[in-house]
Design a protein around this ligand. Structure first.
Ligand code: BGC
Length: 757
């Protein structure tokens, strides 16, 4: 039986609102796609490689593409950022009106939830909880697929060491091992095994090295040695390939001087040949056209370059569709390359099950049933509470008792829109719970909760005038003095003040780089005035990146970093502030003391003149004015209980190439409440053929301990865990001296020595 014919019948039947009939699954993907491609004209094949934007919301210049006409003519392989019923309507045009009835990929940046919004990815990473990330991705897929989305542009696994870069908010921070574990969890959550109608294609991005943009300025140049790439930046992309990610997005930046989209070494050699990736490669937004600005000439040659490099689908440049036909006809590029790209697009559709049932993702009954359900909201609340990082808790100000008068002050204290963070897909600001609302929900009539705004965000006119940075009606027309006076009035008689300060959700994310990542002066003034009342002050810091909080950490007794927590923000914050949930999040990027230290990251090289003391020593590698260390190190985060580490041992101090040694540490909960600790193990290579970092995270475990309970956590060290990419481009394991470290963060570790024989 002809598979495609059967599929088409099924599609039309479903399109008429009847039930889908079963399809003959005996044909494998190759023969199915070959058969289909045998019927396609050159133009139709090129059409599959075209990805115009749908237009409901865009990330670049608004583009009014006539996508309905393109779909009917078979001149596009998919679209993205289209919402609601338009998705179904467009799919129907492609399936019923185009000559070969090929369904469309329907993409969207569903990166931390679709309608139920979860914490921003950077916040999620602070949970160090792969299960939570997988669950979040699974729920995102369920909600997004219900409206017909079959492809998400997530996860972003770019390693980020520069908090000035706004897209820190979208990633997993500075560590390749943690980034790999989390990246793979996203893939499992979105894709499952791609058999169910609520599993969608994932797209890992941005391949590659986008997080290393110079000076943290978005879209800026990247230049990096191969050994740094392999040893420090590439692992998370590779981990998602190993986890079966269906698609990969190339990045905007240069790699070895060539834009990633046209970089044959990157896409063809590394991704496909070395890593064995068999899926589809899509460009980032208009990145073929941006090659002209990079200085690589005109659209036609860049379309050819991208195709030759191994890129299959052109997002928003209209370059493949505009240039490839003529290029093939003139012999400037072979039709085989167009065939390869078209095949990859069709294979992605096949894997998504679109040829079985093009409407499997467009079942309107599922929208009501699976969108923003109480279960999804409960998951968002639970997961958000895991992402908060307790940076300071002097005198155990936290947790608060639900009694007396609690004053919430600050520009983010009663704001719903800004709880969602960057890229919140189809999230609705008004469905979010503000801090004030969450606190009132929590305490009921047990305590009085009052609120005053206290100040504007006041990050400066240039930011305020920027298009996205101030999402929602953030600016209060009242003067600074008036707002402060109102706040001081409101806090009268309060037992405690909770200051909700930080950035708006538009101050991080794409196109939102900053050189100043301290709290704006107006907000600092507000904090000073609140402290001057003599009342205990708890600071909730909302941010999409590490904040420079030298003054705050010196002066405010309790600081909880809450990132942007999503739909259930206020409830989740209340759960932690009042101690129903004990905070367990740990930083995934170092928090600098000052912008001038950036990049500051834990897994740096030692240099020939290290300075670990923190004091200034001339002719050692340090600054005259501040220590090298960050204010809060990678892996850092407090709890309402205290954990002690003891009995750190190795069962052997010699490791053979095929053997293993067990590094064990006993962790005890010494406090009076249960808590979750993230136990971390690092190694250091002391005698390699090239310089290796002072520490590399190699293993972690989240453990929950009742008061007084202890648990032994073991990291099995094997030689392959110590491998690295050497100066000759080989991955090697070199014998010699090593150190292994265990502790609650990257700074406060105990160290043992062993030798690899
Ligand atoms: C971003 C991508 C995103 C794409 C589509 C681009 O500007 O860099 O991360 O997936 O737009 O929205």
């Amino acid at each position: 039986m002809n598979f495609f014919k059967t599929t088409l019948t099924a599609a039309v039947v479903v399109g008429l609102g009847l039930t889908a009939c079963s399809t003959d699954k005996s044909n494998d993907m190759d023969s199915f796609v070959s058969d289909l491609m045998g019927k396609m004209t050159l133009e139709e094949k090129i059409g599959q490689t075209n990805l115009p934007v749908g237009g409901d919301f865009t990330t670049g210049a608004p583009m009014d593409s006539p996508i309905g006409e393109l779909a009917a003519a078979g001149r596009m392989g998919g679209t993205f950022n289209l919402t609601g019923e338009k998705i179904y309507a467009l799919q129907r045009v492609a399936v019923e009106e185009s000559r070969l009835h090929i369904p469309l990929l329907i993409g969207m940046d569903v990166i931390h939830g679709y309608r139920t919004v979860f914490p921003i990815p950077f916040g999620l990473s602070a949970s160090w909880d792969t299960t939570a990330v997988e669950r979040m991705a699974r729920i995102s897929a369920v909600e997004a697929s219900a409206v017909g989305i079959n492809w998400t542009f997530s996860p972003m696994v770019d390693i980020t060491r520069d908090p000035r870069w706004g897209r820190v908010a979208e990633g997993n921070g500075e560590d390749p091992y943690l980034g790999s574990k989390l990246g793979a969890a996203y893939i499992r959550g979105y894709q499952g095994d791609l058999t169910r109608p609520d599993e969608i294609l994932a797209c890992v991005k941005h391949f590659a090295l986008y997080g290393a943009a110079e000076a943290g300025r978005d879209y800026n140049t990247v230049d990096m040695s191969r050994q740094r790439m392999y040893n420090e930046y590439l692992a998370p992309y590779k981990a998602t390939v190993d986890a079966g990610v269906a698609t990969v997005m190339t990045s905007f930046n240069l790699v070895d001087g060539i834009p990633a989209t046209a970089n044959k070494w990157l896409v063809d050699d590394l991704l496909r040949k070395q890593w064995g990736f068999t899926g589809m490669v899509v460009t980032d937004y208009a990145s073929i056209n941006e090659m002209t600005s990079h200085g690589l000439g005109e659209q036609k040659e860049n379309a050819i370059r991208a195709l030759k490099a191994g890129t299959d689908m052109d997002m928003c440049s209209d370059a493949f569709i505009g240039q490839l036909k003529e290029a093939v006809e003139k012999g400037e590029v072979s039709e085989e390359l167009v065939d390869r790209a078209c095949r990859k697009v069709l294979e992605a559709k096949y894997r998504a099950g679109l040829f079985d049932d093009p409407y499997k993702f467009s079942d309107t009954t599922r929208i009501a049933k699976y969108t923003l359900t109480p279960e999804h909201r409960a998951a968002a609340r639970e997961i958000a509470a895991e992402t908060f990082v307790l940076l300071k808790n002097e005198g155990n100000v936290l947790p608060l008792a639900a009694k007396g008068k609690i004053a919430i002050v600050g520009p983010l204290g009663n704001n719903r829109d800004n709880m969602m963070g960057t890229w919140s897909a189809n999230g609705v600001g008004n469905e979010c719970v503000s801090v004030f609302e969450g606190f009132k929900n929590y305490v009921g009539d047990k305590a009085e909760v009052v609120y005053a705004k206290g100040s504007n965000i006041d990050a400066g006119d240039r930011i305020e005038q920027g298009s996205q940075a101030y999402g929602g009606a953030m600016r209060d027309p009242r003067s600074e003095a008036e707002m402060l006076a109102e706040a001081l009035q409101t806090v009268r008689g309060a037992d405690v003040i909770v200051a909700a300060v930080g950035e708006t959700n538009g101050m991080s994310g794409e196109g939102s780089s900053l050189t100043n990542i301290t709290l704006p002066e107006t907000q600092r003034k507000l904090l000073k005035a609140l402290l001057a009342t003599g009342k205990p002050v708890v600071m909730l810091n909302f941010s999409g990146r590490p904040t420079v909080m030298d003054w705050e950490s010196e002066n405010i007794p309790a600081i909880l970093n809450v990132w942007f927590p999503g739909t259930e923000a206020g409830n989740a914050i209340a759960d932690v502030v009042f101690g129903k949930v004990n905070p367990s999040g740990k930083l995934t990027m170092s928090m600098p003391r000052t912008v001038g230290q950036i990049p500051v990251y834990y897994n740096h090289m030692n240099t020939g003149r290290p300075n670990d003391s923190g004091d200034f020593h001339a002719f050692s590698s340090c600054y005259m004015d501040v220590p090298n260390s960050p204010l809060y190190p990678f892996g850092y985060g407090l709890s309402y209980t205290t954990f002690s580490y003891s009995d750190f041992t190795l069962d052997n101090d010699k490791l053979t190439k095929d053997g293993k040694i067990a590094a064990s540490v006993k962790v005890t909960n010494n406090g009076s409440v249960a808590g979750t600790e993230i136990v971390q193990f690092y190694t250091r290579d002391m005698a390699a053929s090239l310089a290796r970092p002072v520490k590399e995270l190699k293993y972690f475990e989240r453990i929950s301990l009742a008061p007084g309970e202890s648990k032994v956590v073991t990291f099995d060290i094997t030689a392959d865990r110590l491998a690295f990419y050497n100066a000759d481009g080989e991955t090697v394991v070199e014998p010699g001296a090593f150190k292994v470290m265990a502790g609650p963060n990257s700074r406060d570790v105990e160290t043992l020595d062993f030798t690899l024989e």
